[in-house]
Design a protein around this ligand. Structure first.
Ligand SMILES: Cc1ncc(COP(=O)(O)O)c(C=O)c1O
Length: 387
């Protein structure tokens, strides 16, 4: 059987060799510390689980969900957007539930992108932006995110002929893997750029609640005047409430964008489980009580790791959000060389930066998804590394 051409365009999985080394170490009985996966180790807060348990017993929830999700869930999303960002969105027309934001991110281009069109994709990045483009036979055009530009893309450098064919610009702030947070100035530039070039801005805000500076929480792109004309934003409950396995998220934006995404979805999936939506609505309605304790745990880990890595001489920008540290590899090692060495000599898994795109070369990513005592153990082991 011959795979479709688009499948052949999907780049090879770069972590094969590291996965093999990890499995080998575990087989040898090494106590491997995994700082690779971006999946929170903390359990979902108990009241969310209790809400889901009750919702499970309601037979109305055993039926097919509605296409855009329960109105009660969408109202909770709209209330959250209002409380958190001061923004008004109609739960009826401007919000749709998603089965995790990955699902929405992968499907959204199908609504607006034709074969041969261009999708502007930052790199290093979460891979679904460019994979979604490839799966609808479009051309990803990569926008390097560099340390010297605060990990913002240089929009003015995109050639005119690329802009003519570009339909969507993907952005993700707070950013995985770099930890960068968008400024109002940058988002303003983005909105102007999108209007001028007639491009949709698709902003992935999966980490918008995982921040450490209470005085300056990360922005929604809709806080910029005029953004609603050009943008759609993807929000996820996965990282915010440690609910990655539940698969619940939402997209928000003007009706034209949301109804197009909902139309694609109505022909592919049958919506998120209603009981999960009820739990999600509870979570969003109680975010101000539920999330600060989780944030506190990640901040403790981040503060510990920042101090310890600095003492070991590692170079990185201190992240104000996300549970990632994006660190330069020491001694001029490539990302792969360093990550292999760290597994082999310390039994620690970290993610090679080049796995997120070529501009990630020379970096590695640490996910703060283990507790401080494990981080301490990891630091003690890193201290023994010899170059
Ligand atoms: C930047 C970014 N966006 C989106 C997602 C997907 O999250 P979910 O599908 O769980 O909502 C992830 C998951 O790792 C991510 O890192």
């Amino acid at each position: 059987m011959e795979l479709a051409d688009r499948m052949k365009k999907i780049p090879p999985y770069l972590f094969v060799e590291l996965d093999r080394l990890k499995a080998e170490k575990q087989k040898q009985g090494v106590d491997v510390i995994d700082l690779g996966v971006g999946d929170p180790d903390l359990p979902t807060p108990e009241p969310i689980i209790e809400t889901a348990k009750k919702a499970l017993e309601n037979p109305a929830n055993h039926k097919y969900p509605s296409n855009r999700g329960l109105l009660s869930f969408r109202k909770a999303c709209a209330d959250y957007m209002k409380r958190r960002f001061g923004l008004n969105f109609s739960p009826e027309t401007e919000i749709t539930a998603l089965i995790g934001s990955k699902e929405g991110i992968a499907h959204f281009p199908l609504a607006f992108v034709n074969p041969g069109d261009v999708v502007l994709c930052p790199e290093p990045a979460y891979p679904v932006y460019h994979l979604g483009a490839i799966l609808c036979d479009a051309e990803p055009y990569y926008l390097p995110l560099k340390w010297e530009n605060d990990f913002f893309p240089e929009l003015s450098k995109i050639p005119a002929e690329v802009l003519q064919k570009a339909k969507i610009l993907w952005l993700n702030y707070p950013n995985n893997p770099t930890g960068a947070v968008a400024t109002k100035g940058f988002f303003k530039e983005v909105v102007e750029f999108a209007k001028k070039n007639d491009i949709i801005v698709a902003h992935d805000a999966a980490y918008v609640e995982l921040y450490f500076n209470e005085n300056e929480p990360p922005l929604s792109i809709f806080e910029i005047d005029g953004a609603k004309d050009v943008a759609i934003e993807f929000h996820s409950l996965s990282k915010t409430f440690c609910m990655t396995g539940w698969r619940i998220a939402f997209a928000v934006g003007k009706e034209e964008l949301i109804s197009a995404l909902a139309k694609v979805k109505s022909n592919i999936d049958s919506g998120a489980f209603n009981a999960v939506q009820e739990a999600g609505a509870y979570a969003l309605n109680n975010l101000e009580e539920l999330v600060p304790p989780l944030r506190k745990v990640f901040k403790e880990r981040r503060d510990f790791m920042i101090k310890a890595l600095k003492e070991l001489g590692y170079e990185f920008l201190e992240p104000e959000a996300t549970f990632y540290l994006w660190v330069k590899t020491p001694n001029g090692l490539s990302s792969q060389e360093f990550c292999k060495k760290v597994i082999e000599e310390c039994g620690i898994v970290v993610t090679p930066g080049n796995g997120f795109g070529p501009s990630g070369e020379g970096y590695f990513r640490i996910a703060l998804t283990v507790d401080v005592s494990r981080l301490k153990e990891a630091v003690d082991r890193l201290a023994t590394l010899k170059f």
